[in-house]
Design a protein. Structure first.
Length: 193
């Protein structure tokens, strides 16, 4: 007889709408390996002083580790960026994955300031879980959205702006140095003695 394996318990997904802050006090009280699932839906997210993203959706897993939490997930949305050719704003879709470690400022068991000793180095990139045990997912979402955007955004092949792509067939170089280039071409080959 085939004995069916029991299905693992289903973890409910919490949905956050237009909010990136979540209280994780209960998760911090659970053992290492405990998981929470989140789904975020944001109408807008500021990426930079002059850049916004809209219609952001993210699926996030919060995993309890010995000294805090790891938030990992996938995010997608639409950034409003400026075309490098015509300088007009256009919609640029993006999609990215992220992993971010968070550490509590206050130990949830004792209520004292958390001390990580050797765990927290000078190049530590962990973000803080604040004094009321809330973490904010906005910063990792912002960072991965910016990194996933093209370096030279272009609104498309129909862009009315000048073509700024480098010509890979021939490199004319700096015209002011053309006389030196001509001299090098005319110079006789050096002979080793």
């Amino acid at each position: 007889m085939d004995a069916k394996q029991p299905e693992p318990p289903r973890i409910p997904t919490r949905v956050l709408v237009n909010d990136t802050v979540i209280n994780v006090a209960q998760l911090l009280l659970e053992p290492v390996g405990a998981v929470r699932l989140l789904q975020l839906k944001l109408d807008w997210l500021a990426l930079d002083e002059d850049m916004m993203a809209r219609d952001i959706e993210a699926k996030v897993q919060l995993l309890r580790i010995s000294d805090g939490l790891i938030a990992s997930g996938d995010v997608q949305g639409t950034a409003i960026v400026e075309c490098v050719r015509c300088l007009e704003d256009y919609d640029q879709p993006f999609q990215a994955s992220f992993d971010q470690q968070y550490r509590p400022l206050i130990d949830i068991q004792s209520g004292m300031l958390a001390d990580y000793g050797e765990l927290a180095g000078s190049d530590d990139e962990a973000l803080d879980i604040d004094a009321v045990h809330e973490l904010d997912l906005a910063e990792p979402l912002r960072q991965v959205a910016i990194v996933s955007l093209p370096m030279n955004p272009s609104c498309g092949p129909g862009c009315p702006g000048p073509d700024v792509s480098p010509d890979n067939d021939e490199d004319d170089g700096d015209g002011r140095l053309s006389i030196l280039a001509q001299l090098l071409e005319d110079a006789p080959e050096a002979v080793d003695s």
